[in-house]
Write a protein that binds this ligand. Structure first.
Ligand SMILES: NC(=O)c1ccc[n+]([C@@H]2O[C@H](COP(=O)([O-])OP(=O)(O)OC[C@H]3O[C@@H](n4cnc5c(N)ncnc54)[C@H](O)[C@@H]3O)[C@@H](O)[C@H]2O)c1
Length: 345
């Protein structure tokens, strides 16, 4: 698994281990954290997917690669498009090119942001893609490379488009944090919730355990498909409704502060679920209220300290030992040091 020390990776690792799989993670800890994998019997190689030698070392002899590693955030990509491209597009190409040597199955994780603005809802996978940010463009490139390796080399590949995933382990407390943990953190700290725009923008919020379940299934079955596949349950919730749900769970009203809309954001998002339901007939999504309740409970349990990008929690407790490349720490530094390869937890 690439990017396995991140939010989705934390859940997928647990799902794969529960299914009896052996898991190797490559992660540069730029937004992930060793703490997310603390106590789990996994091998963590600290390195970048842009470093071909490390990817080759990690991916040799594996049955399937789930490629989660990415430089997330629309906003971040507008600040530094080249860095986003290097990890999300070139990094994906590197993983595919290494996989192709041994015909290793790959799940490439893309994003609903590829659809961009306009068009009809729900989004069917064959809808036009009009990326509105370098992040979205890099994800479209990533899935394009994946499907081209399938068409051109016969590589077994599944390209999935995740929508707005939320749940425990999602990083918070940094400028690029996702909306659900940001709302929860503000609510638990007694601060107003910042809403960009009027709050009527809609998202197909998806609970992370449901996503991890499908990714796990895809890896174990070495599932492939000739086209991208939406992974979401076709719901459509606006941000003010989401805040209302949080108010019900917390039993108090939450003050809201409206800010300017963010550049690059799409207005509405909702998945067509037909392909997903055909490929994962047993997949069931937890309802929003229960999923939010479980998420809230997790943040309440751990307190509201920040996690992820540039955060204290990224310097997790699992010790790095046996650094193959002679580089030291497995602790997250909040920076993307692409030369830091080889540490093993
Ligand atoms: N969370 C969502 O709502 C969402 C929505 C759409 C798509 N996605 C995609 O799902 C995947 C997982 O996202 P997430 O939410 O878990 O984010 P995340 O930031 O928690 O996880 C990404 C992981 O990749 C690692 N990483 C970054 N650059 C790397 C590099 N060069 N080499 C190795 N590792 C690197 C990070 O350290 C982190 O652990 C990403 O590809 C993301 O684009 C997520």
């Amino acid at each position: 698994m690439t990017g396995g020390a991140g939010f989705v990776g934390a859940h997928l690792t647990r799902a794969l281990l529960a299914a009896g799989a052996e898991v190797i993670v490559i992660d540069d800890l730029s937004t992930g954290a060793v703490a997310n994998l603390a106590g789990l019997p996994v091998r963590l190689v600290v390195g970048s997917v842009t470093d071909r030698a490390t990817v080759e070392e990690v991916c040799t002899g594996v049955d399937s690669i789930v490629h989660l590693a990415a430089r997330p955030s629309v906003e971040r990509s507008l600040l530094d498009p080249m860095a986003t491209h290097a990890v999300n597009a070139t990094g994906t190409l590197t993983v595919l090119d290494v996989a192709q040597r041994d015909e290793t199955h790959v799940v490439v994780v893309s994003s609903s942001s590829v659809y961009g603005a306009g068009g009809t809802l729900p989004r069917t996978e064959d809808a036009p893609c009009r990326p509105r940010s370098p992040y979205a463009a890099s994800k479209l490139a990533a899935e394009g490379y994946a499907l081209s390796y399938q068409a051109g080399f016969g590589l077994p590949v599944l390209a999935v488009r995740l929508f707005n995933v939320f749940g425990p382990y999602q990083s918070v407390g940094h400028p690029y944090a996702a909306v659900v943990p940001t709302f929860i953190e503000a609510a638990l700290s007694g601060r107003p919730l910042t809403v960009h725009g009027d709050g009527r923008q809609t998202r197909d919020f998806t609970y992370v355990a449901d996503v991890a379940g499908m990714l796990c299934d895809a890896a174990l079955r070495r599932l492939s498909h000739p086209h991208p596949v939406n992974i979401a349950f076709g719901t459509r919730t606006d941000l003010l409704t989401m805040i209302g749900q949080l108010e019900r769970l917390l039993g108090r009203s939450l003050p809201v502060r409206h800010d300017a809309p963010r550049s690059g954001d799409v207005r509405d998002s909702q998945a067509s679920t037909e392909t997903m339901r055909a490929l994962f007939p047993d997949a069931a999504g937890l309802d929003l209220a229960s999923a939010l309740e479980a998420t809230l409970a997790w943040y309440l349990d751990r307190g509201t300290e920040t996690t992820g990008t540039g955060s204290a929690a990224a310097t997790g407790s699992a010790a790095a030992t046996g650094s193959a490349a002679g580089t030291g720490s497995a602790a997250g530094t909040g920076t993307s040091d692409e030369s830091a390869a080889g540490s093993v937890v």
